[in-house]
Design a protein around this ligand. Structure first.
Ligand SMILES: Nc1ncnc2c1ncn2[C@@H]1O[C@H](COP(=O)(O)OP(=O)(O)OP(=O)(O)O)[C@@H](O)[C@H]1O
Length: 269
């Protein structure tokens, strides 16, 4: 379980990135932090692995204040996936995935064998381990980023816009892969995005944020869609857009789903 307890972060230049934020993320669930650019999502996430320390308040993992943990040890115990994948360009894919286990003392042979298995787990051919990151597609690099984050079998996975830089089709594949992995692994995932559809696909719960990491609404995707808390949330999730206003009609003896413009989207089976 991850708990943010009245957490604030004021950067040295006076920017209030996070203002009195409280949220509990239950273990083995995916929490999506959804908000537009600059609302404090990355700052929140980085306070979990101590890349940023709060100005006030507490972040706790399973009841322990993260400030009581050694930052390097803590970081190595938490998986972190970034938009740019962040792979080391001059090391092979296998070595990239094996980096943190090697730092923790796993012998190279073992770490590379484990890396090959992890690549398979994220849907990649283990033969890609011999390539360099620049020889992979963007989507493949993101998968390697996920494999690397899983390499120490962390309980917590932090994912900061991990699929933001790939095209929509690959993005959807990566989302599917994450859902499949999560069903297998049951990690505690904090996932940052500004993409509403991605948030609703992946989140067990979604926190819709305003600037200053102010929670406009917290709930399951169904709860937020069914009852947006206010006009800010309605607008953000596009509740008023035609593609969200679905209804059913009967045509040719079948029941069809149509959007707010009457455009047919699918058949009810
Ligand atoms: N090191 C820093 N020093 C000063 N201000 C910062 C620093 N890092 C972030 N900020 C500011 O804090 C606010 C929140 O930034 P943060 O990166 O957490 O937002 P975000 O929601 O993740 O945005 P994005 O989606 O664009 O990454 C912004 O106003 C940003 O400019």
């Amino acid at each position: 379980m991850i708990e943010f307890d009245s957490v604030s972060k004021v950067y040295p230049d006076g920017t209030v990135a996070v203002d009195n934020f409280s949220l509990t993320i239950p273990s083995h669930t995916t929490m999506v932090l959804l908000g537009s650019s600059g609302c404090g999502k990355t700052t929140l996430m980085r306070m979990v692995n101590r890349m940023v320390d709060p100005t006030s308040g507490q972040v706790r993992i399973d009841g322990d204040d993260v400030l009581s943990r050694d930052p390097v040890q803590l970081r190595r115990s938490i998986g972190y996936v970034l938009q740019s994948a962040g792979l080391l360009p001059h090391r092979t894919v296998g070595d990239n995935v094996a980096t943190v286990p090697r730092l923790r003392g796993v012998p190279r042979r073992q770490a590379l064998a484990d890396a090959a298995q992890l690549l398979e787990r994220v849907g990649l051919d283990p033969a890609l381990a011999a390539r360099y990151p620049g020889q992979l597609s963007g989507g493949q690099q993101q998968r390697v980023g996920v494999a690397r984050a899983l390499a120490t079998d962390p309980n917590i996975l932090l994912m900061d816009e991990p699929f933001g830089a790939v095209d929509p089709i690959v993005r959807r594949e990566l989302q599917d892969e994450l859902l499949r992995l999560q069903a297998e692994l049951g990690k505690t995932i904090v996932f940052v995005t500004h993409d509403v559809d991605e948030a609703f696909r992946l989140g067990d719960q979604v926190a819709v944020l305003r600037p200053g990491a102010d929670i406009a609404q917290l709930g399951t995707p169904a709860e937020i869609l069914a009852e947006p808390a206010d006009q800010f949330v309605r607008t953000f999730i596009g509740a008023d857009r035609a593609e969200r206003q679905l209804s059913v009609v009967t045509a040719h003896g079948r029941t069809l789903v149509v959007d707010g413009d009457g455009k047919a989207l699918g058949v009810v089976t």
